[in-house]
Write a protein that binds this ligand. Structure first.
Ligand code: RP5
Length: 189
């Protein structure tokens, strides 16, 4: 099955990377990003871009717990063997994808609840976060913030064994702090 694969090794070609459709067996992704529908892409592209910004090889793919249950099982069961360090799973509504991933791998699974049409993502949040004891899913905020933070959390996991990545993450945090320190409100000097 085709998937979006990217690597940030070529600065300046970010959009090309995102649009490039290649075979999922190509490079060795460290993070697998699965989402229940292509309609989740607008939100989940933020996770992809964040990982790309840090140069983390990752793969993004539509995998549905409900519409393609066999694929969901296969993807999760093969992830560790493919060298992945963690999975990010995004779904909306009765969002079982992260739980199904977690049931089929012992890799860390980071769940991102998608905004939904009728319940504004509360359904997705509760479906993702309320895992019964024994099979954990680390659940992030609904929508874009969750996509960004799941990617940053994946980077934190990888940074445990990659000092270069740890430095990048520290620099990222420092840049955020500098920006806040420099921020003034209307009427302030
Ligand atoms: C979920 O259902 C997907 O993750 C998506 O958030 C939601 C709606 O999917 P579509 O009907 O837009 O394909 O499985």
């Amino acid at each position: 099955m085709p998937a979006f694969i990217f690597s940030a090794a070529r600065p300046g070609h970010r959009d090309d990377h995102l649009k490039r459709r290649v075979d999922s067996r190509m490079p060795n992704p460290l993070v697998g990003i699965v989402m229940g529908s292509a309609s989740d892409w607008d939100v989940m592209q933020h996770a992809v871009r964040r990982l790309e910004e840090f140069g983390v090889p990752a793969e993004a793919k539509v995998v549905s717990a409900h519409r393609s249950p066999q694929l969901a099982h296969e993807y999760a069961r093969n992830a560790a063997g493919r060298g992945m360090a963690c999975l990010i799973a995004a779904a909306g509504g009765a969002a079982h994808l992260a739980g199904v991933m977690a049931a089929n791998t012992t890799l860390p699974v980071l769940g991102v609840p998608m905004p939904s049409k009728h319940l504004q993502g509360m359904d997705s949040l509760l479906s993702t976060v309320q895992m019964p004891a024994g099979i954990p899913v680390a659940t992030f905020a609904i929508g874009e913030a969750g996509a960004h933070n799941a990617a940053l959390f994946a980077i934190s996991i990888l940074a445990l064994k990659d000092s270069g990545l740890a430095k990048q993450l520290a620099d990222f945090r420092a840049a955020q702090e500098t920006k806040i320190r420099k921020t003034t409100l209307p009427g302030q000097a």
